[in-house]
Design a protein around this ligand. Structure first.
Ligand code: HEC
Ligand code: HEC
Ligand code: HEC
Ligand code: HEC
Length: 373
């Protein structure tokens, strides 16, 4: 909400405060006055070229002014923590902030050193290793062949984490699952991402239930689970292609012990026959994985760039990243992942990235030639 407000307010402020330039491309303040402030307060760390005087300090040169203003506001409000910046910007007037931002944004981008290291690791590699002990029940790639044991391949990742935690807490009862996966949340997220990216197998109809009779009963399920059981919501499980016996068990468990007020209400009125028909219907629907597996860092960063290249869209307050300091990128991605820097958009993106993956992304961006103004 805050983010939305900011992104609306910043462009409004730009047009509202008497600046001569009306587009978001013009300076947001007085570049010459900003230069004096930079000399006095920022030079020691950010340099006069905006390049950062040590690894780990972000480049400010040629950054979008809207993003620089938003990030300074976050230091002021304590949403991003950095003691020196909080003190310094806390003492600056709104106009001084705009001037120093105008100065840094006006500088030409810092030249990059092209990297030779194009190596990368898959974000799913560590999850795959963690999934080894699960394979004997859930299948090598998460496609289970044992009736009563759910398929995990292609399942929504947030749901998988919740499900495992529910077993650990005893909200869902299963002796085999009571401590599976261990208690490290990061490891659970890595497991979830690995499974989410696997391709679920198409199934043959089970020996019980009538899929055609089940279909009409599922009309009220599609709003959450997707029209044919392929969920697009990270917290709601896909049902398409799931093991039919497991579906029957799980629906019945909502009638008894499994807690979820929404699901309990939807299942309460169903007969045993309805449940079998529904399970038969969903089990033969075409499954789809929740996460497409990027095969290279480039493919992954193409997704990032949908937002980060949103260029001149004044409603998007996003930083440019090409040519940014590598160590700074590593630190900021870890901060989002570990919940130390708040941004709902960025947390969802960096959820469960291994350190190796984060380093590959940082290497890639830091070696990309920065965009011109
Ligand atoms: C003592 C060193 C130091 C000084 C002095 C300093 N900065 Fe920084 N600045 C940093 C570091 C380190 C970060 C990254 C902090 C973090 O991880 O959030 C940063 C981050 C920023 C950011 C966020 C950039 C981004 O990409 O998110 C802005 C904007 C910024 N500084 C502006 C300024 C301005 C303007 C001044 C002078 C008024 C200034 N800084 C003075 C060290 C400094
Ligand atoms: C000994 C066999 C066995 C092993 C090993 C095992 N599981 Fe399970 N798992 C099951 C069974 C059986 C269920 C269904 C229990 C129920 O009906 O609630 C299940 C359920 C689950 C679910 C719930 C799926 C859903 O759709 O709600 C998840 C997630 C899961 N397991 C993940 C894992 C992970 C991750 C591992 C390895 C770290 C693992 N399991 C190891 C047998 C096993
Ligand atoms: C309001 C949204 C909503 C509706 C409508 C809904 N569900 Fe669900 N369903 C969920 C959520 C959320 C979960 C996961 C809850 C949990 O963690 O136990 C779930 C879980 C399930 C599961 C367990 C899957 C697994 O992997 O363990 C089954 C089976 C299921 N729903 C079937 C149905 C059927 C059949 C209907 C229609 C009769 C239905 N649902 C309607 C939201 C909904
Ligand atoms: C849905 C839009 C969106 C997507 C997709 C997205 N980002 Fe971001 N990103 C943002 C926003 C908004 C911010 C600024 C948040 C803040 O102020 O903390 C941000 C901030 C960042 C920062 C901090 C930079 C700085 O100067 O402080 C890094 C690093 C980053 N994103 C990397 C990535 C990577 C890597 C990906 C792809 C894996 C990605 N982002 C995908 C919207 C997005």
């Amino acid at each position: 909400m805050k983010r939305l407000l900011l992104s609306i307010l910043v462009p409004l402020a730009l047009t509202g405060c008497g600046d001569k330039k009306d587009s978001n491309k013009g300076p947001v303040g007085d570049v010459d006055a900003g230069k004096l402030i930079a000399e006095k307060n920022c030079k020691g760390c950010h340099g006069m070229d905006g390049g950062g005087t040590a690894p780990g300090i972000p480049h400010l040169a040629a950054q979008r002014a809207s993003y620089l203003l938003a990030s300074i506001a976050e230091y002021k409000e304590g949403k991003r923590t950095h003691a020196a910046l909080k003190d310094m910007t806390g003492q600056m007037s709104e106009a001084e902030v705009r001037n120093v931002v105008a100065f840094y944004a006006s500088l030409p981008p810092v030249p990059v050193v092209p990297a030779k290291d194009t190596q990368h690791s898959s974000p799913y590699q560590e999850g795959k290793a963690l999934a080894e002990p699960c394979a004997k029940c859930h299948g090598e790639d998460g496609n289970s062949k044992t009736p009563g044991t759910p398929t995990l391949a292609g399942q929504q990742p947030h749901y998988l984490v919740t499900a495992i935690e529910e077993y650990h807490q005893g909200d869902r009862k299963s002796a085999t699952m009571a401590s599976a996966g261990g208690s490290n949340k990061m490891n659970l997220e890595k497991l979830a991402w690995y499974y989410a990216s696997q391709t679920p197998a198409q199934r043959t109809a089970p020996s019980f239930g009538d899929p055609a009779a089940g279909e009409p009963t599922t009309a009220m399920c599609g709003g959450c689970h997707g029209p044919k059981g392929v969920s697009t919501d990270a917290a709601t499980p896909s049902l398409a292609g799931q093991d039919a016996k497991y579906l029957v068990n799980s629906m019945n468990s909502y009638k008894k012990s499994r807690q979820n007020w929404g699901m309990q209400r939807y299942i309460a009125g169903l007969t045993e026959k309805d449940i079998e028909n529904i399970a038969a219907f969903y089990s033969i629907q075409k499954p789809q994985s929740a996460e497409a597996l990027p095969s290279s860092v480039k493919e992954l960063t193409d997704k990032c760039n949908r937002c980060h290249d949103a260029g001149d869209n004044p409603a998007m307050v996003v930083p440019k990243m090409n040519g940014q300091d590598r160590d700074y990128l590593v630190m900021s991605l870890r901060a989002y992942r570990d919940g130390k820097r708040q941004s709902s958009m960025m947390h969802n993106m960096s959820f469960a990235y291994s350190n190796a993956m984060i380093e590959s992304i940082a290497t890639w961006y830091s070696s990309q030639p920065p965009e011109k103004h």
